[in-house]
Design a protein around this ligand. Structure first.
Ligand code: NAI
Ligand code: MG
Length: 330
C-alpha cells in the first residue's frame, strides 16, 4: 500500500486526474490517496494558492500526483519544487504510435537541474538595464549528474550526455561540465559525452536518435524539454517527474487549459504517463509497463481517443478504454 497525495488543481487538471485514478483502480497495486487543495479555485475561496496543510500532506506521502494549476501555477508548483527540494525534473521524449510525432522511434530522457542556474531569480535593475545571476553550485551539479547516471543504470540505458555552454559560460557551465566528468568516474561502463546546447538544439531535429539520457542545467533543460515535447507531438501527451531525496511529484506538462475545462475533451494521456513515471519511481516496474502498454494499445488503435489525437472520445471514454485494455491483460 502506497501513501499517495493527490492534487487535482484547476481546469482540466481535475478531469485528467479523475480519469487517471479511475484507471489506476485496475492495477495490482494498492494506493491510499490523500487529496489536497491548491490552485486558482482554492485561492478564490481562501485567498491563498497553496495552503500549508497541502504541503504537509505531500511531505507525508511517498509520491504526489498533481493535475494542473491555472494562473497561480508559479505559486503552487514552483513553490512545491522549492519547498520539497525536488531537484530533478525528468522529461521523457518518447514516440507513441497513433500520435503526431516527428520521428517514430524516439526514446530518450532529459534530466534537468531544477533548483538553480539562471532560474534562481536573482535579478536586479542597473543603470544600463538589468542583470541576472547564474548560480551553479558543486552540490547541485553533483547530485543531478549522479541522478542521471543512476537513472541510466537503473533503466538500462547506455549513454549519458551533458549539455552545457561551457565555451562561453566558462566558470558556471565549465564547473557543471567538470563535475559531470568527475561523477562519471564512478560509472566506468557508461558511455558518455558532452555537447553544446546550441548544437543539441539542432541535433534534436536532425539526429535525435543519438541521445539516451541528457543531463543539463535549469534554463537549457527547460528549453530542450519543450523542444523534445515538440518532437513527440502535443501537450496532451507529455508527462514529467519532479524528484527529490525522499519525494516525487508527477504531473503532466500542460496547464489547466481553460478553453477545454469542463467539456470533458482533454486528453488524459499526459496524466496517465505521469502515473507511469510514478510507478517506476515506486519501483513498480511491471505495473508501470502494464499501464503504459494499455495506453499504447488505445493510442495505436486510434479509435477511442480524444479530439487532439484525431478522435471524438471524451476524457472519460478514453480512460475507460485504457482501463478495459488493462483488465484484458493477463
Ligand atoms: P495549457 O497547457 O493549459 O494549454 C495550452 C493548449 O494546449 C490548450 O489550449 C490546448 O489546446 C492544449 N492542451 C493542453 N493540454 C491538453 C490536453 N490534456 N488535451 C488536449 N489539449 C491540451 O497552457 P496555457 O494555455 O498556456 O495555460 C493555461 C493555464 O495553465 C494558465 O493559467 C497557466 O498559468 C497554467 N499552467 C499551469 C501549469 C502547471 O500547473 N504545471 C503549466 C502550464 C500552464
Ligand atoms: Mg517550460
Amino acid at each position: 500500500m502506497y501513501k499517495i497525495s493527490v492534487i487535482p488543481g484547476d481546469g482540466i487538471g481535475k478531469e485528467v486526474m479523475e480519469a487517471t485514478l479511475h484507471i489506476l483502480d485496475a492495477l495490482d497495486v494498492e494506493f491510499d490517496y490523500h487529496f489536497a487543495d491548491a490552485g486558482d479555485e482554492y485561492m478564490e475561496k481562501t485567498g491563498i494558492p497553496l495552503p500549508p496543510e497541502t504541503l504537509d500532506i505531500v511531505k507525508n506521502s511517498q509520491a504526489c500526483l498533481f493535475g494542473a494549476a491555472g494562473e497561480s501555477a508559479a505559486d503552487v508548483i514552483v513553490k512545491m519544487r522549492q519547498e520539497l527540494d525536488l531537484y530533478v525534473n525528468l522529461r521523457p521524449v518518447k514516440s507513441y504510435p497513433g500520435t503526431k510525432c516527428l520521428f517514430d522511434n524516439l526514446d530518450f530522457v532529459i534530466v534537468r537541474e531544477n533548483t538553480e542556474g539562471l532560474y534562481i531569480g536573482r535579478e536586479e535593475y542597473t543603470e544600463d538595464g538589468a542583470i541576472a545571476q547564474n548560480v551553479v553550485t558543486r552540490k547541485a551539479s553533483e547530485r543531478i549528474c549522479k541522478f542521471a547516471f543512476e537513472y541510466a543504470k537503473k533503466t538500462n540505458r547506455g549513454k549519458v550526455t551533458a549539455v552545457h555552454k561551457a565555451n562561453v559560460l566558462k566558470k558556471t557551465d565549465g564547473l557543471f561540465k567538470e563535475i559531470f566528468y568527475k561523477v562519471a568516474e564512478d560509472y566506468p561502463d557508461m558511455e558518455l559525452d558532452d555537447r553544446y546546447v546550441d548544437a543539441t538544439a539542432m541535433f534534436f531535429i536532425t539526429k535525435p536518435e543519438m541521445f539516451d539520457v541528457i543531463v543539463t542545467t535549469n534554463l537549457f533543460g527547460d528549453i530542450l524539454s519543450d523542444e523534445g515535447a515538440g518532437l513527440v507531438g502535443g501537450l496532451g501527451l507529455i508527462p514529467s517527474a519532479n524528484i527529490g531525496e525522499s519525494q516525487g511529484l508527477f504531473e503532466p506538462v500542460h496547464g489547466s487549459a481553460p478553453r477545454h475545462a469542463g467539456k470533458g475533451t482533454a486528453n488524459p494521456s499526459a496524466m496517465i504517463l505521469s502515473a507511469v513515471l510514478m510507478l517506476d519511481y515506486l519501483e513498480e516496474h511491471d505495473e508501470a509497463r502494464r499501464l503504459e502498454d494499455a495506453l499504447i494499445k488505445v493510442l495505436a488503435g486510434g479509435k477511442v481517443v480524444t479530439a487532439d489525437l484525431g478522435g471524438s472520445a471524451s476524457t472519460m471514454e478514453m480512460a475507460d478504454e485504457v482501463k478495459r485494455k488493462l483488465e484484458a491483460q493477463i
